[in-house]
Design a binder for this molecule. Structure first.
Ligand code: NAP
Ligand code: GDD
Length: 331
């Protein structure tokens, strides 16, 4: 009988961490999640699989906790998904973002290098690193020009991962993932903010949606497709970096139009532009070329832009209906 492979996931309580944990369990992995201590647990995304996974406390800010976690679990694979991932917060808290999202990666790589350099490691790089894009579409060879403290921290994290691969021979891969969404997306990100507001408006619980830049364009995919790519990267014998994207770009305005049309409403009646949601520097357009991932890993996305908007609107309609029913039962 062969023993199950063990995966350690940082950021398991986040959108991607929860989908990746489910996916790896379905492949027969032992899954251990690294969680930071909190007075109130935020486990809603992993509650359905809570009895199938193990959790260990550590923090990307704390070297000794990472050393202990890597030594105790001694996994075959580590997926580093933990980060301060909301771009606007990175202007409010640039140093904390650099610590979590940038230097935290070095701490984790150090723990791996010192304990067991044969552990395979995945780093969650981001299309936000392309920022003011130098070419269209963006590939693994497109130079970075980050436009936010978050993008700068991710660029550092990317290069330090490449550097540990080249300096110490770590089996480290960076997935340069373009935006990916789902019903588990945080409510502050634009897609979920829109689909949740559409559901609230449809149920009579809200009458407007305030947004920032409607002209920004993103390459939006479906998160469960993207976690498959993370796993595929670590199975390949040669560690490399890959762009993961759909190859299509759409504006925030188009996302809004499709989401409102799903429930038979005209978006112009509800959406108000609000400068509080504009950013000090914007990433105007992202569109990725994932040919390398398709050719080497056989990875292709399974959900279209319209399919993504539809499934998110449907999930939020059901969720808001449930919340509303609960509230009506209160005395
Ligand atoms: P997310 O939902 O915001 O999840 C972030 C996770 O990081 C949470 O589990 C959070 O834990 C954890 N975390 C934050 N600070 C930490 C710390 N100091 N120590 C340990 N864990 C910490 O993000 P996501 O959308 O799943 O994204 C996963 C990763 O991919 C992130 O690194 C993100 O930057 C990157 N990425 C995302 C996208 C995208 O479109 N989703 C695209 C490219 C790259 P708590 O629950 O305790 O807060
Ligand atoms: N959040 C938000 N809220 N964004 C808005 C709003 C609003 O009210 N109105 C317009 N936008 C625009 C933003 O200006 C941005 O151009 C676009 O919508 C997408 O914003 P987000 O959904 O917040 O995502 P992001 O692209 O900044 O960052 C996400 O994708 C990155 C990959 O490119 C995050 O998941 C990052 O962690 C990830 O690395």
């Amino acid at each position: 009988m062969t023993t199950a492979r063990t995966a350690l996931i940082t950021g398991i309580t986040g959108q991607d961490g929860s989908y990746l944990a489910e996916y790896l369990l379905s492949l027969g992995y032992r899954v251990v999640g690294l969680v930071r201590r909190s007075a109130s647990e935020n486990y809603w995304r992993i509650n359905p699989i809570r009895h199938e996974i193990e959790l260990i406390q550590a923090d990307l800010l704390d070297q000794s906790s990472l050393d202990t976690a890597v030594r105790r679990i001694d996994p075959d694979e580590i997926y580093n998904l933990g980060a301060q991932s909301f771009v606007p917060t990175s202007w409010e808290q640039p140093i904390l973002t650099a610590e979590f999202t940038g230097v935290g990666v070095t701490r984790l790589l150090e723990a791996i290098r010192k304990h067991n350099p044969s552990i395979r490691v995945y780093q969650a790089s981001s299309s936000e690193m392309f920022g003011r894009v130098r070419e269209i579409p963006q590939t693994e060879l497109t130079p970075f020009h980050p436009r936010s403290p978050y993008g700068c921290a991710k660029a550092y994290a990317h290069f330090i991962t490449v550097n540990y691969r080249e300096s110490y021979g770590l089996h480290a891969c960076c997935g340069i993932l373009f935006n990916h969404e789902s019903p588990r997306r945080g409510l502050e990100f634009v897609t979920r903010k829109i689909t949740h507001a559409v559901a609230q408006i449809k149920h009579g619980l809200a009458d407007e949606l305030r947004l920032g830049n409607l002209d920004a364009k993103r390459d939006w995919g479906y998160a469960p497709d993207y976690v498959r790519a993370m796993h595929l990267m670590l199975q390949h014998d040669e560690p490399q970096d890959y762009v993961i994207a759909t190859g299509e770009t759409h504006s925030v305005r188009e996302f809004v139009e499709v989401a409102f049309s799903e429930v038979g409403l005209a978006w112009e009646d509800y959406v108000k532009e609000d400068e509080r949601f504009l950013r000090p520097a914007e990433v105007d357009l992202l569109v990725g070329d994932a040919s390398k991932a398709r050719e080497i890993l056989g990875w292709v996305p399974s959900v279209s832009f319209r399919g993504l908007v539809k499934l998110m609107v449907e999930a939020d309609l059901a969720w808001v209906a449930k919340q509303k029913a609960k509230r009506q039962r209160l005395p």
